[in-house]
Every structure is written in structure tokens, then in C-alpha cells.
Design a protein around this ligand. Structure first.
Ligand SMILES: *Cc1c(COP(=O)(O)O)cnc(C)c1O
Length: 419
């Protein structure tokens, strides 16, 4: 469920006309709904067992206002870099609700995380474990850690966002866990609290998740039997969201929560979850203006002022996004290739998409764009980074401004021999 609806034929975000925001801020622009963010967080938090930590995966959308909105609702944060850790802290997430994941944490990042006293560093390899021990011991602190295991489960999602197969770079093979737990007990500065797993993103089948979690819970018992005080299991994120309005929907958070409750019952483990996409994807839209409607040799192109640099998901993951007009004028439908202005054929949002007729100057909304949209935006083709707006009831605010061309140019420096 989300809060983007037509009112008198004009798309609104909560109580605010999308056309008004587009006119005042310009296009392209991301627009997020506070009510949708909060609803998604609450539905998920209520679905999972009481006492769990729900750590929002900041990489899905790292805007400070988004983080702050969720932090005020009680969310923790799952971060994958020092930059994200700093964002989570600046957004008001308490350190004791922050989980640090990632295969390549540098010594500097580990050191910073230890100084902040975060809830968990999720270690992804034996060399990282050894490095963390040295750093923690030198600081005279104990790192509270989980080890991320690779359960060798196929998440049955797009290959680029599948992370739990044996061949993927993430985590340590799960059967290494007993040896690693022993090593943790020997190492100074390390306190092993649990096991973490995250098998991929946009997962639309609960089977692989259940299989991975079963392996994690079994391993927790094995470790306990060997005398290790395992107290928590971090089950990661990855639950899929609906991207196509009129198609069968992926399992609901309540279905997922029921599965988790069933298989975790009696395990006496505190659970941690790291949802990203589920919270923000359908809480955001990308609004764009049609620059031209172009009649090609064999097809019609709807040329937008948003491009793959603003939203790369179609180009990178073959992702589907619904596209709708901001003004619902009931025009006759026709098929378009919806494209951006970037000089790449991959700069295509949709092929042969049947839409109400568009004219140059009309506004289009690309839906389900809140996750991995602005977070992956770039200035490719020297296009200004797309701005972001947050709506809250009747209020709205620019939460990241579009840079000016002067600001963009001023970031470069000419070396002395060229100036
Ligand atoms: C990306 C990521 C997530 C969030 O994944 P979603 O599919 O957005 O829920 C959670 N945990 C880790 C470790 C990740 O890398």
C-alpha cells in the first residue's frame, strides 16, 4: 500500500499535488511519502517476533530525512560503509541499533565503528576477523560481532542481486562456522554474539529464505552445543516488493513474519532484520517531464528528461517500473519505448509500453522508485544529480537540492600545468 493517488485527475503524494512539486522544484525529481515509509516500517516491525531489531538497510535510500523518519519510528540501521554509518548516526539512529555489513570494511572503517560502539559488526571473512581483533585489542575494546555465513542457497532472484550462493563473494561458508567460533574465543577483542545471513534482494519466494534460516538456526544450536554463547541471529533483508501493479504480488510481510515465527519458535534467539527495498521502494516515485514524443522507423519513443543516471535499475537489473501520467486526462492508449536523454541504448525505462497518449511537456511518474533509485544516481553525461523531496501530509520539503552547474564545475580542479 502507498500514498500516491489521483485526486481530481492529478497524481498526489499524500495531500500534495505532484504537478505542484514538479513546477516548483523542476524535473526530474524524486518524491517520497512519509506516510508510506512509516506504514511499511510498522507493518514489517509488527510482522516479525516481538523484541526483534529492525535495522533499515541504508543503502536502499540513504537520504538523511528518510533515515531520520524511520529512526523516529524506532528503526535501527544496517550500513555497509563508513559513509552510511555516519549518515545513520547523523539521522539519529542510536549506535546500539546499528549493524555494519560488507565484505571489504577497511581498517579505518572498523576502527570508526568500534569508536561508535555499534550493536554489531557483521564479519564476512577470516582475514576481516583477524584484522578486527587486532584493532579492537589495540583500542582496549571488545567488538560485538556476528559472522555472516554463506548458506549456499539460491534466492531465485536476478543474478546481480543474488548473494547467498557458494560462488558469491559474501559471507563465510557455513560449515566453517564451528572452527571460526573457536577462533573467536581465542582472539582478543572479539565477542561472537551470533550468525548473520542475507541471501539476496527482491526475493519473491519464501522457500529459499526459509532454507537459509533453517541452516542458520541449526548452526546456532551446533555452536551452543560446543559451548559458545550464541544469542542472536541476523536474518538480513531481501523480501521482494510489487513492481507491477496488476500482477501477482510477492509474499506480504505478514506471510514472511509467520514463516519466521514458525521456524524460530523456541530457539531463544534475538532476531535482527535488515529490510531496505521493502521499506522504501513503493514510498518513492521519480517524476519526469516528456521532452519529445518521437516517431521512429518502427516505434514511438517517449523521450523523458530523466535518464539511467537518475534511475539505473532498468539498465542494470532489467527491472520493470510502472509509468503513469501525472495528469490523468483519459487519453487514448498507445505503445511507447520510454527512454531518457543519456547517450546509451541501455537508457531505456520500458519497451513497447502501452500508456495513455503523451505530448511533449507532459509529466510522467515512474513508480516504485524509492529504493536503489537516488541511492545509485550519478552525474553521468554531466547531468545534475537528481533532487529529492519528502512529503508529509500537506507539507513537503526539498531534502536534497539539485546542484547548480556552477557547483558541479567547481568540484573539478585544474593542475598547475594546465591552469
Ligand atoms: C542490501 C542488503 C540488505 C537490504 O536488502 P533489501 O533487498 O533492500 O531488503 C540487507 N542486508 C545486507 C547485508 C545487504 O547487503
Amino acid at each position: 500500500m502507498n500514498h500516491f493517488d489521483y485526486r481530481d485527475g492529478v497524481l498526489h503524494a499524500e495531500e500534495v499535488s505532484v504537478a505542484t512539486i514538479a513546477a516548483e522544484v523542476g524535473t526530474p525529481v524524486y518524491i517520497y511519502s512519509t506516510a508510506t515509509l512509516l506504514r511499511h516500517f510498522q507493518v514489517f516491525a509488527e510482522a516479525v517476533p516481538e523484541g526483534s531489531l529492525v535495522a533499515y538497510a541504508v543503502k536502499a535510500n540513504g537520504n538523511l530525512a528518510v533515515i531520520r523518519t524511520l529512526a523516529e519510528a524506532g528503526a535501527g540501521a544496517d550500513v555497509v560503509s563508513q559513509g552510511e554509518l555516519r549518515r545513520a548516526l547523523a539521522g539519529g539512529v542510536s549506535p546500539d541499533k546499528i549493524v555494519f555489513s560488507g565484505v571489504g570494511k577497511t581498517a579505518e572503517e572498523l576502527s570508526y565503528a568500534l569508536e561508535q560502539g555499534i550493536f554489531s559488526i557483521n564479519v564476512e571473512s577470516e582475514p576481516e576477523l583477524e584484522a578486527l581483533s587486532v584493532i579492537a585489542a589495540s583500542k582496549g575494546v571488545t567488538a560485538s560481532i556476528a559472522i555472516r555465513v554463506n548458506p549456499d542457497v539460491d534466492a531465485r532472484t536476478h543474478a546481480k542481486i543474488s548473494t547467498g550462493k557458494g560462488e558469491n563473494k559474501f559471507g563465510v561458508p557455513i560449515d566453517r562456522m564451528p572452527d571460526l567460533a573457536k577462533r573467536c574465543a581465542e582472539l582478543p577483542g572479539i565477542s561472537l554474539k551470533g550468525i548473520a545471513v542475507h541471501i539476496g534482494s527482491q526475493i519473491t519466494d519464501l522457500g529459499p529464505l526459509e532454507a537459509a534460516y533453517g541452516r542458520v538456526f541449526d548452526m546456532c544450536e551446533t555452536l551452543r552445543a560446543a559451548g559458545h554463547a550464541v544469542e542472536r541471529a541476523d536474518l538480513g533483508g531481501g523480501l521482494g516488493v510489487p513492481y507491477v501493479m496488476n500482477a501477482p504480488h510477492p509474499p506480504l510481510p505478514s506471510d514472511y513474519g509467520q514463516m519466521v515465527r514458525r521456524i524460530s519458535a523456541g530457539k531463544n534467539l534475538r532476531l535482527v532484520f535488515e529490510p531496505g527495498r521493502l521499506i522504501v521502494a513503493n514510498a518513492g516515485i521519480l517524476v519526469s517531464r516528456a521532452v519529445y514524443v518521437k516517431h521512429g522507423a518502427s516505434r514511438d519513443f517517449l523521450v523523458l528528461d530523466a535518464g539511467m543516471n537518475d534511475l539505473i535499475r532498468p539498465a542494470m537489473y532489467d527491472a520493470h517500473h510502472d509509468v503513469i501520467p501525472v495528469m490523468n486526462a483519459g487519453r487514448t492508449e498507445q505503445a511507447y519505448d520510454v527512454v531518457g536523454p543519456v547517450c546509451e541504448t541501455g537508457d531505456t525505462f520500458a519497451r513497447g509500453r502501452v500508456l495513455p497518449g503523451f505530448e511533449a511537456g507532459d509529466l510522467a511518474a515512474i513508480l516504485s522508485a524509492g529504493a536503489y533509485g537516488s541511492a545509485q544516481a550519478s552525474e553521468y553525461n554531466a547531468r545534475p544529480l537528481v533532487p529529492e523531496v519528502l512529503v508529509n501530509g500537506k507539507d513537503w520539503s526539498v531534502i536534497r537540492a539539485r546542484p547548480t552547474y556552477e557547483e558541479m564545475l567547481a568540484r573539478d580542479r585544474l593542475p598547475t600545468w594546465l591552469s
